[in-house]
Design a protein around this ligand. Structure first.
Ligand code: RNT
Ligand code: ZN
Length: 420
């Protein structure tokens, strides 16, 4: 402990030399919640009925690492374990297919807050806010690969009702927890092969969204977000809710746009979109993810792309309008470790961005001194970020270095191994 304190003060001096206040950075970092997605814990299965599993929707969890959560209680226990190894106060991002139905059969268009009250209570007990998502997949009425844009009016209506129900649930969670829920709409709608009618489904989607979002809800309870996508498995040729579609929709309706890091062409970066879309929409939801060659939803790591995203948010002063959520699902490694790795990596990127000598860099830029700008940007990469990170973990009573993995291994032996 003594040693850490000493090296922290030395590192603090180094940063101060660049005009960076590490105390300020640590304080700001503590104010940024990350929304942990429930679906990493059970491979996007949910608990609506026995043997719920991800089906359709064009997304895919691969791997069969033992110990996946089979019940709501197990998922909560896993989440709690993950949270105990992540510094700071965070949020829960829940999908509607994780409803607590108590063994009853309830249609998704009939979901009410009662089916999520135990989750809200759980969040409250853990001092967490909650975010929410209607589930437009893993359901017989989504088997055509179409939901809100389905040509069949009855099917469309079912999904519209689900969307309406979910906004109400989000708002009630937001009211009870004293922090607005971001309720994010993502639909898988699209087609495998080249469609002839690209217009019809988009017109239907627009009308359906207008129906879902018709009732105004106080922004202190619920914020609506819309998530676009480029392609999915089985929707390679056409996705109804494309980026252009939702960007136009979000701007004209003043809704949040959700930018998922895996939902663009591989050489396109979400980071560059942030300052553009925030000129026109009230806020953004980030689905921080890692696509490897495609929208593969690998566990987030502290890579250049993630770092570029956090830099843009910090540099632009966009923290107040940005909601950080994670979106990955890897079933090939310990699922609890996956949550921890992804969240800690995102937090490290945020910390690195908060420790950037932005004022100095901006000054170089304004003076046209691009040589000094590049030189300093590169020097920043060998600043003692790890020391500041360790200090942050200590202050939040969380294991700092790689030893957190010992705890996960212990949990794996004592708890996960019994799930056969
Ligand atoms: C799918 C979207 C969406 C889902 C979750 C489960 O491509 O990224 O956000 O991953 O809603
Ligand atoms: Zn996503």
């Amino acid at each position: 402990m003594q040693e850490t304190t000493l090296s922290y003060s030395a590192a603090r001096e180094l940063y101060a030399g660049l005009g960076v206040d590490t105390e300020q950075a640590l304080q700001t970092l503590a104010s940024i919640p990350i929304s942990l997605h429930c679906w990493q814990g059970d491979d996007v299965g949910g608990f609506e009925h026995e043997n719920s599993a991800l089906s359709g929707g064009g997304i895919q969890a691969t791997g069969n690492y033992p110990g996946k959560a089979r019940t709501i209680d197990e998922l909560r226990q896993d989440l709690q374990t993950a949270l105990s190894l992540i510094p700071g106060r965070h949020r829960l991002n829940l999908h509607a297919c994780y409803a607590d139905l108590g063994g009853k059969k309830v249609e998704r268009n009939e979901y009410t807050v009662e089916h999520f009250q135990s989750w809200i209570d759980w969040c409250k007990a853990h001092g967490m806010g909650m975010d929410f998502n209607p589930s437009f997949f893993s359901h017989p009425l989504a088997n055509d690969g179409l939901t809100l844009s389905h040509p069949d009016e009855a099917i469309r209506q079912f999904w519209i009702e689900h969307g309406i129900a979910c906004r109400k649930i989000g708002a009630e969670a937001g009211r009870q927890l004293g922090t607005p829920a971001v309720t994010n709409i993502w639909i898988p709608d699209g087609s495998k092969d080249i469609p002839v009618d690209r217009k019809g489904p988009r017109l239907r989607l627009e009308a359906a969204l207008d129906e879902i979002l018709k009732e105004p809800i106080d922004a202190q309870y619920n914020l609506d977000a819309l998530e676009s996508k480029l392609f999915g498995i089985g929707s390679e040729s056409y996705v109804v809710g494309s980026h252009e579609f939702y960007l136009g929709y979000a701007i004209t309706r003043q809704k949040l746009i959700c930018l998922d890091a895996g939902h663009f062409h591989p050489t396109e970066n979400v980071s560059d979109k942030i300052s553009s879309v925030l000129q026109y929409v009230p806020g953004i939801l980030l689905h921080v993810s890692r696509g490897v060659r495609w929208d593969s939803d690998h566990v987030v790591i502290a890579d250049d792309q993630t770092r570029a995203i956090t830099e843009e948010v910090i540099r632009g002063g966009f923290l107040g309008r940005t909601h950080f959520g994670l979106d990955f699902f890897d079933a090939s490694i310990n699922r609890i470790a996956a949550w921890i790795i992804g969240t800690r990596s995102l937090l490290k990127c945020l910390l690195a961005s908060l420790l950037e000598p932005t004022r100095k860099l901006r000054q170089f830029e304004a003076e046209g001194d691009f040589t000094s700008r590049l030189a300093l940007l590169e020097e920043c990469k060998s600043m003692p970020l790890g020391v500041i990170w360790n200090e942050y973990c200590h202050r939040h009573d969380v294991i700092a270095g790689p030893r957190w993995m010992d705890e996960v291994k212990r949990y794996e032996r004592e708890v996960l191994a019994t799930r056969t």
